[in-house]
Write a protein that binds this ligand. Sequence first.
Ligand SMILES: NC(=O)c1ccc[n+]([C@@H]2O[C@H](COP(=O)([O-])OP(=O)(O)OC[C@H]3O[C@@H](n4cnc5c(N)ncnc54)[C@H](O)[C@@H]3O)[C@@H](O)[C@H]2O)c1
Length: 239
Amino acid sequence: MTGGSSGIGLGIIKNLKSQGIQAVSWDIHAPKEGGSFIHCDVTSEHAVQLAVKETVESFGAPTILINGCGLQFMSPIDEFPLEKWNHLISVMLTGTFLCSKHVIPFMKAAGWGRIINISSMLGKGASPFKCAYVAAKHGVLGLSKVMALELAGDGVTVNSICPGFVDTPLMREQMARQAELNNISEDQVAQEVMLKPACIKKFTTVAQVAGMVDYFLSDAASTITGEAFSISGGWGMGQ
Ligand SMILES: NC(=O)c1ccc[n+]([C@@H]2O[C@H](COP(=O)([O-])OP(=O)(O)OC[C@H]3O[C@@H](n4cnc5c(N)ncnc54)[C@H](O)[C@@H]3O)[C@@H](O)[C@H]2O)c1
């Protein structure tokens, strides 16, 4: 699991472990409360190859990959720094490509595999000031469909989860930045910006995203591939 040291990824790992599934976080930060962790910057192919090697040696050949790491940077597009653009695309899109590329051979060998990519509702729609994030998350959905096609004969499914807003450190940072950009309070950001497109005016929980992962891993989902499931409180339904 990439990005398994915080927020959504940490919740997914805890949930998998509670079911007896071995799970390790590939992340640039160790989880604050401990747990299985391999240092890996997913933007580096060499680092990904080393993480795969260490995973195989410590846990055995991986047959499940959850690409979950991510970050946000917000700015009007005409002021958006190129290095921030490159970094966000490298972590969320290139990182998903690299980790998949190096784990897929083990899935093919096993004749079974599950790749689950954490995209976003911003993989399906747009939001101002988030050009790199929106481009990366749309890219993840396209990449997922290509992988789903290529791997359909190997027993490997590839699906994406598109959350609206989930209460995590990443979301809290955005709330503060949106408050600054729009000159309003964080409570107003929650109600008037973040939850505005949702018909259920509640943030999604990490446990709910982990539950969707469980579904994609289950036999019930074995003929579902190349899909992008929203978990967003009915985002955009009333518009
Ligand atoms: N929180 C939300 O509202 C929300 C909504 C939609 C989608 N998402 C997506 O869910 C995923 C998890 O988000 P979160 O809210 O749990 O964020 P988070 O900030 O809590 O966790 C993100 C993790 O990614 C790791 N990471 C960052 N750069 C990395 C790199 N180069 N290599 C390896 N790991 C790296 C971070 O260290 C961190 O542990 C992200 O892909 C995010 O875009 C989140």
